[in-house]
Every structure is written in C-alpha cells, then in structure tokens.
Design a protein around this ligand. Structure first.
Ligand SMILES: O=C(O)CCC(=O)C(=O)O
Length: 284
C-alpha cells in the first residue's frame, strides 16, 4: 500500500474529561481502537427508525418539499438513461446534507447517538457530513473501498467518527458495508476511479493498491449502528435484491479540530453544524 502523509496529524485534542453518558465498554473500545470500528447492535428500535424511513419516502416521492440545502442524487445509471427506474425510490442513490430537515436532523442530534460520539469527539460536537444512502436494485451502485478522511480538511483524524445505521436488514445480497479491519492504522492512501467503474458515480473514489480479499462484510439488522474511524477502508457491493438498501449515516468531529488544507473555504459549502456543546472560536 502506498501511504502518503497527511499534512499534519496532531494527537487527540483536549477531550480528557468528557461526560459521555454512554461510555463504551472496554471490549467495545478495544475493538474500535484495534479494528477501526465497532457495531452496537439493537441501538435503535423500529419505532425510532420509523419517522426517518417515512421521511425518506416522502421526500423521494415529493410528498413533502425538501430543504433547499438538501442534495438529492440520482444513481448514475439512471441519470444517464442506462436504466429506467420502476419507482421514484429506485432512482435515488443518496440524499446529502440532512441538517436543515426537521425530521432527519433528529438523527443527527440524537442524544443516545451523541452520548457515544462523545467518546471520540469530546463534548463539543459538529456534524461535518451526513446522508441517506438508498442503494437501489438494478444498477451497479458499488461504493469502492475508500477512506472518508480524504474528504475532511481538518485534523486530528482520531477526533472524527462516522455512524452508519442500518434502516433494514443488510446482508451480502443487498450490499451491506464491507471494511478492512485495522486499516485505520495506516495513512491516507492514494485514491482513484475503478478501472471497471463506468457505471459508478465518478466522485466515488476507491483506494489504490489494496488487497480487497482482506475485507469483512458487516451484516446488520435494522437499528444496528456501526461507528467507524475516518481512515478505515470501507465500501459496499451491488444490491442484488429487489428492494432498496437504506442506511442513514453521519460524520462527527470535535469542534476543537483544526483546519489543515483549504478548510475554511470548504466549510462554507459543507454546512458544519454544532449538535452538542459550544462553538470553539479557533476550531472548525
Ligand atoms: O452505504 C454504502 O453503501 C456506502 C457508503 C459510503 O461508504 C460512503 O458514502 O462513503
């Protein structure tokens, strides 16, 4: 693997005395530190997921208007007319920037979720990216294995964490997430488009020179939540089932994180939103 250096990689920022109401158990924390991820099973009930599922359907079908800042992305094969979607739901790959939506923002600011996030980010928490991934059937829809840190111009990486919540049972058939355990311990790798990626969104980069045979598929039930490090290699395969594979996901970072490259400019378009604690004047 060719790792190239991240610009600056300070150590954990000052989060020593966090007040997380849901500390991770020693085993959970060890798993995260050693493997780069941990799955908390049965984290959300079906009743808790229901409003987010309903909202997704309402927005895709146009029953409710979406906030202006929310970005709805068609699958590339549908957008190029290579596949005709049978239903509006089968056309959409991703909905991004959920922070201004009255219903989806209850996921981003969910207290139970933030109590876990505090373990990684400390008390001042911003959501720096968030989305619904719809993964429709009948299209390529792969997400090549990649590292999310590529998209974040601030550090330290250890104070950034992602959540990925299964909104229904996810398995190998419908394209569950796959991760390469321990890959968060390496640096940021060179990324590019897949050689056979003509039906994949060009913005879905994959890490180069990796051994994909090391990947582990994470089958999850509705309501299970995966927490993962931004350097962990992860992605997903095709959805070979007949329905959409839906997940809601958010990245969080400590407000104390520092920009390294061109960050302030990017932040004006990325809508970083404080969800707990207070603004840090010299932070992100
Ligand atoms: O949900 C998926 O299938 C993959 C999502 C992902 O890795 C991403 O968008 O960064």
């Amino acid at each position: 693997m060719t790792a190239y250096a991240t610009p600056t990689e300070p150590q954990y920022v000052g989060i020593g005395s966090h007040t997380a109401a849901r500390p991770l158990t020693a085993d959970e924390r060890r798993h995260y530190d050693e493997q780069g991820y941990v799955v908390l099973r049965g984290f959300f009930s079906q009743a808790e997921l229901a409003p987010w599922l309903q909202r997704l359907d309402d927005i895709i079908t146009g029953r409710v208007p979406k906030p202006g800042t929310m970005l709805m992305m068609k699958d590339i094969m549908v957008a190029k007319g290579r596949v005709q979607a049978a239903r509006p739901q089968d056309a959409i790959a991703k909905i991004q920037d959920l922070q201004d939506d009255a219903v989806f923002s209850t996921y981003l600011a969910n207290e139970k979720l933030l109590d876990v996030i505090e373990n990684f980010c400390g008390p001042n928490i911003k959501t720096v990216h968030n989305m619904l991934i719809n993964k429709p059937p009948g299209v390529d829809g792969r997400h090549p294995l990649h590292q999310d840190l590529l998209y974040f111009p601030f550090r330290p990486a250890d104070n950034i964490v992602a959540t990925w919540t299964a909104m229904e049972r996810v398995n190998r058939e419908n394209g569950c997430l796959a991760v390469i355990p321990g890959s968060h311990k390496g640096g940021l790798l060179e990324h590019g488009n897949l050689p056979d990626g003509e039906n994949i969104n060009l913005a879905y980069f994959g890490a180069k020179n990796i051994d994909i045979e090391q990947r582990v598929h994470l089958e999850m039930d509705a309501g299970d939540v995966l927490f993962f490090h931004p350097v962990l290699l992860h992605g997903s395969g095709r959805n070979l089932s007949r329905g959409c594979r839906r997940a809601i996901s958010a990245h969080y970072a400590a407000g104390e994180c520092q920009y390294t490259v061109n960050g302030r400019q990017m932040a004006t378009v990325r809508h970083y939103r404080l969800v707990r604690g207070h603004e840090i004047p010299e932070g992100i």
